[in-house]
Design a binder for this molecule. Sequence first.
Ligand SMILES: CC(C)(COP(=O)(O)OP(=O)(O)OC[C@H]1O[C@@H](n2cnc3c(N)ncnc32)[C@H](O)[C@@H]1OP(=O)(O)O)[C@@H](O)C(=O)NCCC(=O)NCCS
Length: 186
Amino acid sequence: MANTEFPAIETSRLLLRPVEPGDAPAIYAYQSDAEIYRYMNTEPPASADAVAETIRQWLELRAEDRPPPWVIIFKETGRVAGRIGLDHLNREHSAGWLDYQLARELWGRGIATEAVRAVLGYGFGTLGLNRIGAYCWDGNAASQRVMEKAGMQYEGTLRQIRFAKGAYRDLRYYSMLAEEWRAGNA
Ligand SMILES: CC(C)(COP(=O)(O)OP(=O)(O)OC[C@H]1O[C@@H](n2cnc3c(N)ncnc32)[C@H](O)[C@@H]1OP(=O)(O)O)[C@@H](O)C(=O)NCCC(=O)NCCS
């Protein structure tokens, strides 16, 4: 399984393509909304330069089974409106982890779910993974719902596993197995 170069993936409303250095201003534009980071450990990036540095690190990590994420392009506008990653790819266990975020102006239209389904399809169908996991902070109802709608199973909650933004946070874990993906896509 798994090389570290992802191809572009097209869905009915979206183009997912690997992030490029030139995406920094567009990513910063949506990430500078603090609401995006409400249920995340980190704060919004300080500047487009900070995003450019993150992209540079992603691109350099390519060789370590942490492929750079895709940007989510909403075809209707042609704009970069989010990102989705499939990383921590583990060859021995054929497993990987998903994470995603979307510009607030597009929330509630099923876009993240469409992107997650596409990446699950790529992970199981093309990379041959056996398991794809994801997690969110307890309370991140939108992210929970995305994982459920995409067909991922709730596995359990790790209580107060993380100290972030002044409090201990519970993390809810989800996953899908290849056999479940195949059953849903037969
Ligand atoms: C999580 C996120 C990607 C969802 O994107 P999205 O495109 O709006 O997601 P979808 O439209 O596919 O699905 C969202 C679902 O959550 C539901 N939802 C949203 N807010 C909710 C809330 N406060 N309570 C209950 N359900 C909620 C929506 O109604 C929808 O479900 P439905 O289709 O059954 O009505 C987006 O909110 C985001 O970027 N959040 C900030 C970053 C983040 O938290 N990323 C995940 C880190 S684990």
